[in-house]
Design a protein around this ligand. Structure first.
Ligand SMILES: Cc1cc2nc3c(=O)[nH]c(=O)nc-3n(C[C@H](O)[C@H](O)[C@H](O)COP(=O)(O)OP(=O)(O)OC[C@H]3O[C@@H](n4cnc5c(N)ncnc54)[C@H](O)[C@@H]3O)c2cc1C
Length: 338
C-alpha cells in the first residue's frame, strides 16, 4: 500500500524531473503532479535546451558541478540510447565565442563536456568581431519532446497527473503529507518570494538543415543551435520584463545578429517565434522547510529559480530535492528503511 502522499507542483522541466526521481526512487509513496500549464505551454518548452550554465554566487561550487554532471550523465544516457529522437535529446558540437577574453577561460563544467579546448586562430578567422573561443561537444535537450517523454516515464512509475492552478500551498495540506514546490516563476506569488523575477527571452525556430554545429556568443544573447527538426536562433535577455507577446523588433535584432555570425541564415525560413520568461533568482532555491498549515507543520521542499539554466541543472537539482524528501520521510517515519 502507498502510505505517504507527495504532491509536486509544476510540470516544467524541473517539476517533471523531480516527480520522476521521487516516483522511481520511493515506490511506497503516491506521487501526484499538479500544474496549471503542461507542455507545450511552459517556459521549459521555449528553452533552447543547450547544456550550459553560469555560476551562482552563493551555491558551493562542488554542488553546482554535481548539478551539471548529474544532468549531463542522465541526458547522455538518453542521447546514446534508441530513445534519443522521441525524448528530443542529442549530442552536438560547436563554438562559444567572446568579443573580449573572459577572466575564466575554462568554465566549471569544462571537465564534463566532451573535447573541451580553446579555438585556434584559424577557426576564429570567420568571427572577426570575436577574439577568443571555446570548442566542445555538449547536449541539446528539446523540451517539447522531452517533457512528454518524462511525463510518460512518470506515469509508468505510478505517478498521477492533474491540471489545476494552486492558489496557496495551504489548500494542498489536507490531502498530501509532503509538498514539493517546482513552480518556477509562480513561486513569486505561491510562496511569496520577492527574490524571483523574470528575464524575458525571445527565440525563433528556422529551417536550415545545412547547419549542424552550434555557435553561442559568450554574452548569452546571440546563439544558433541546430536541433532534431529545426534550428533555434536567439535571443534576448530582458530583466524584469513580463511581456509574453512576440516583439517584431526583437525578431529583427535576432536575425541581424545571427546572420552576422552565420550569413547563410538569411536563406532560412522562419517556422516559429517564441517568448519565455526565465524564472530567475540570485541563486536557485533547493531547500526544505516546515510550514505551519491548519495546525500542523507541513514539510515543503522547494526546487525553483533556475533562471536561464533550468534544462542544464534540472536532473541534478531533482536528485537533491529527492534527498530532501527522504529527509522529511526519515523524520516522519523514523523506523523506515528508505
Ligand atoms: C528563450 C529561452 C532560452 C532558454 N535556453 C535555455 C538553455 O539553452 N539551457 C537551459 O538550461 N535553460 C534555458 N532556458 C531556461 C529554462 O527554460 C528554465 O530555466 C526552465 O524552463 C525552468 O523550468 P521550471 O520547471 O522551473 O519552470 P517552468 O517551465 O516555467 O514550469 C513551471 C511550472 O509550474 C507551474 N505553476 C506555476 N505556478 C503554479 C500555480 N500557482 N499552480 C499550478 N501550477 C503552477 C506552471 O504551470 C509550470 O507547469 C531558456 C529560457 C528561455 C526563456
Amino acid at each position: 500500500m502507498k502510505s505517504v502522499k507527495v504532491v509536486v507542483v509544476g510540470a516544467g522541466v524541473v517539476g517533471l524531473s523531480t516527480a520522476v526521481c521521487i516516483a522511481e526512487a520511493l515506490p511506497f509513496c503516491s506521487v501526484t503532479l499538479l500544474a496549471d500549464k503542461f507542455s507545450p505551454n511552459t517556459t521549459s518548452d521555449v528553452a533552447a535546451g543547450i547544456m550550459f550554465a553560469a555560476q551562482f554566487p552563493d551555491v558551493p561550487q562542488e554542488q553546482q558541478k554535481n548539478w551539471y554532471k548529474d544532468t549531463f550523465d542522465h541526458l547522455l544516457k538518453i542521447a546514446e540510447s534508441k530513445q534519443s529522437p522521441e525524448a528530443g535529446v542529442m549530442l552536438f558540437s560547436g563554438y562559444q565565442i567572446f568579443k573580449e577574453v573572459p577572466v575564466q577561460k575554462k568554465p566549471i563544467w569544462a571537465e564534463f563536456v566532451f573535447g573541451f579546448r580553446l579555438m585556434s586562430d584559424r577557426e576564429l578567422e570567420r568571427f572577426p568581431d570575436h577574439k577568443f573561443g571555446q570548442a566542445f561537444t555538449t547536449i541539446k535537450c528539446e523540451c517539447t519532446s522531452y517533457l512528454p517523454w518524462l511525463e510518460k516515464r512518470f506515469r509508468k512509475a505510478g505517478g498521477m497527473v492533474e491540471q489545476r492552478k494552486v492558489n496557496s500551498l495551504e489548500e494542498l495540506s489536507g490531502s498530501y503529507d509532503i509538498i514539493v514546490n517546482c513552480s518556477g516563476l509562480g513561486s513569486k506569488t505561491l510562496v511569496d518570494d520577492s527574490q524571483v523575477y523574470s528575464v524575458r527571452g525571445q527565440v525563433l525556430s528556422v529551417q536550415a538543415p545545412w547547419l549542424k554545429n552550434f555557435i553561442r556568443d559568450g554574452d548569452g544573447k546571440t546563439y544558433i543551435f541546430p536541433g532534431i527538426h529545426s534550428v533555434t536562433i536567439g535571443g534576448t535577455r530582458q530583466d524584469d520584463d513580463w511581456r509574453m507577446e512576440v516583439s517584431k523588433e526583437d525578431t529583427e535584432g535576432i536575425l541581424q545578429r545571427c546572420c552576422r555570425l552565420e550569413p547563410s541564415l538569411s536563406k532560412a525560413k522562419i517556422l516559429h517565434e517564441w517568448v519565455g520568461l526565465r524564472p530567475s533568482r540570485k541563486n536557485p532555491r533547493v531547500e526544505r522547510e516546515e510550514v505551519p498549515m491548519h495546525g500542523r507543520k507541513v514539510p515543503v521542499v522547494h526546487n525553483y529559480g533556475h533562471g536561464g539554466y533550468g534544462v542544464t541543472l534540472a536532473w541534478g537539482t531533482a536528485l537533491d530535492a529527492l534527498g530532501l524528501v527522504r529527509q522529511c520521510l526519515h523524520e516522519m517515519l523514523p523506523q523506515a528503511r528508505l
